[in-house]
Design a protein around this ligand. Sequence first.
Ligand code: ADP
Length: 206
Amino acid sequence: MKVIGLTGGIGSGKSTVAQYLAKLGAVIIDADKIGHEILKSDAEVRRKVVAAFGRQILDPGGEIDRQKLGEIVFNHPESLSLLNQLMHPLMYDIAKTRIEEYRQQGVGVVVLEAALLVEIGWTSLVDELWVTVASEANALKRLQKQRGLTEEQTLARLRSQLSSEERIKHANAIINNDGDLDEMKTRVRELWLRLQSQGGRNSSPD
Ligand code: ADP
């Protein structure tokens, strides 16, 4: 089995690329979703997060409101680092377990999609690292459209992350996503075929 780490700045197109890889036959593990599951289901983490950030992050039903939490952490680097310290070890364990489960099931290609894959040292979980890159202007434009955030909110998220240059240093493949979706797909297909020729064996629909 091959494990591809897929990373890139927010709005650079990771999820779009992952969706396309799923169509080609890869199994996707989305680190963000693991984080969301933990915030929902792990009572101890929830207690710690509320203790750290206050009841203002709860919605009327008592669940953590990720939008409110995001507002705090993306504007305060020390809060982001505190949240990450709470969450990342648990996320790592779950990602690792899932990879092993897929390996035992005989899956050919797993894609681990994580914005902070390089920063938090998860490269040991993957065989190859693929990095999506888009200009800040494109990421900003696309994110504002997709998530309904203001320019200021979007920039705070963009700038809370590593620069592309730093990620690219670790990359086995770069997916330049400044073009249209068809261009992105052509590049991803090319990487997928390269992978198949190296022995990743998930079947691709026709
Ligand atoms: P990320 O997961 O890296 O944050 P997304 O894949 O969610 O980024 O992409 C952000 C937004 O940009 C989405 O609305 C997506 O549909 C759009 N998008 C991604 N790639 C392209 C592209 N090549 N052309 C136009 N829009 C794109």
